[in-house]
Design a protein around this ligand. Structure first.
Ligand code: GUN
Ligand code: FE
Length: 426
């Protein structure tokens, strides 16, 4: 049965991009797992619900991380002196090969899942590796964490180290199906599989076609990478001369939105036709500013995507990204947008804090349905922050405290409670 209760505190959320609503000393009502709204005075019909008193604390929606690589968490914060293709060869692939060993996977994924549980993230879209057994271990650990997550067994059948190359498209398809069917048997409540072609350079046309068929048959979402780095985009142009642009190489196989939910990380170098296809097909963009800085990819034109009405959220992209902190992702997104405005396009207004917060919550949360806001009917995801350890010579407004919490990465030390789909998980 879904839970019913009330949380009291300073309730803050972004029902629209750029519109920050702050209700001080208020209460947010969760009934049967769903938000029923924010109230200063609790309506009579909810009078019987249990109240959790977080007076003076900041209550915000849970964060949705639209792009993170669980196996790469082991080497986070290292290996940053490369660009994408060299970084894959020298940092990412050598680590991912280790996950053929279930013992290593168990240890590494235990650490990853615990950290995700402690973070401000309540929903995540996650890459594993090519290994079915390790991916199922990751699913087990994430299910235990209480987060709501999509976990992808990565598919790769070309241009990769032998130990990270599946035998052929048929074998790769069987591996994906094995994870889908075994995960269904395990009866997870919060963990689902997602079709995960690593990126076009790692996947033959035959593999893409197989994945398109599996996606259709099982009705699953899709995640991958798109137009992240100039050398990568050029490589795709050479490998897939039939594709009109990078994203078309996914779209031709039914792996680019339309029917099913698709999230594509980066979209830094998307040509105008690709941007238009992203919007038309309803593909979610996972903007990953930390990764784009660390492996020197560039800056995605996020203002343009917002103006076009594209679906967009944020990803930490560990371990291209520095850490799993979505608070850091919000401030990184704002900061790189200022450099983009200053150096690249004076028409592209920098992102504001409420826009960054919206992308991290309702923007990315929409990939999961109604999530990331305290509006009526939304699934109840919340993070309670205690910022009383931050000294100040004068009283700050709640708005100031909220912004400060993000810039100071209070998601590392200040989280006192976390709820995902109305269940308390921290
Ligand atoms: N493109 C293909 N694989 C990867 C990866 O692991 N990380 C990033 N950032 N880009 C990729
Ligand atoms: Fe990535």
């Amino acid at each position: 049965m879904k839970r019913s209760f009330i949380l009291r505190g300073h309730i803050c959320h972004t029902p629209e991009a750029g519109k920050l609503e702050i209700r001080e000393n208020a209460a947010v009502v969760c009934e049967d797992g769903k938000c029923r709204g924010i109230f200063e005075d609790i309506p009579e019909k909810y009078a019987g619900l249990e109240v959790t008193d977080c007076s003076g604390m900041l209550v915000i929606p849970g964060m949705a991380d639209l792009h993170i690589h669980a196996p790469q968490f082991a080497y986070r914060g290292t290996g940053m002196d490369y660009e994408l293709l060299d970084w894959l060869e020298h940092a990412a692939f050598p680590e991912e090969i280790r996950y053929e060993d279930p013992d290593y996977a168990g240890k590494a994924y235990g650490i990853f899942a615990r950290r995700m549980q402690q973070s401000a993230t309540t929903r995540a879209v996650v890459f594993g590796t090519i290994h079915p057994e390790a991916t199922l271990i990751l699913m087990d650990r994430m299910e235990e964490s209480g987060l709501i997550s999509y976990i992808g067994k990565v598919s790769m059948d070309r241009r990769s180290p032998p130990k990270l190359t599946e035998a052929d498209a048929r074998q790769a398809a069987e591996n994906v199906i094995r994870v889908i069917e075994e995960s269904a048997k395990r009866g997870y409540r919060r963990t689902r599989p997602i079709i995960t072609p690593r990126f076009v350079p790692s996947c033959s046309d035959e593999l893409m076609a197989e994945l398109g068929r599996i996606r259709e048959e099982y009705g699953l979402p899709v995640q991958s990478h798109l137009s992240e780095n100039p050398d990568e985009v050029e490589l795709v142009r050479q490998l897939e001369p039939e594709a009109a642009f990078y994203g078309d190489a996914y779209d031709r196989h039914g792996l680019f939105g339309r029917g099913g939910n698709t999230v594509m990380a980066h979209c830094v170098y998307s040509v105008p036709e690709e941007k238009e296809r992203i919007r038309e097909n309803g593909v979610w963009i996972a903007h990953c500013p930390s990764s784009n800085m660390n492996i020197a990819s560039g800056i995605a034109p996020v203002r343009r995507y917002l103006e076009m009405g594209c679906r967009i959220g944020l990803g930490t992209d560990v371990a291209g990204g520095t850490s799993e902190s979505m608070f850091r992702a919000v401030t990184d997104a704002i900061q790189v947008s200022k450099l983009y405005w200053r150096y690249v396009d004076r028409e592209a207004k920098p992102l504001t804090f409420p826009e960054g917060l919206w992308m991290a919550t309702k923007g990315g949360g929409s990939f999961f349905g109604k999530a990331g806001s305290f509006e009526e009917g939304y699934e109840f995801d919340a993070v309670v922050l205690d910022d009383s350890g931050e000294q100040s010579a004068r009283p700050l407004s709640v708005r100031e405290r909220l912004e400060r919490a993000f810039y100071q990465e209070l998601d590392r030390t200040g989280i006192v409670m976390k709820f995902a789909d109305s269940e308390r998980i921290l």
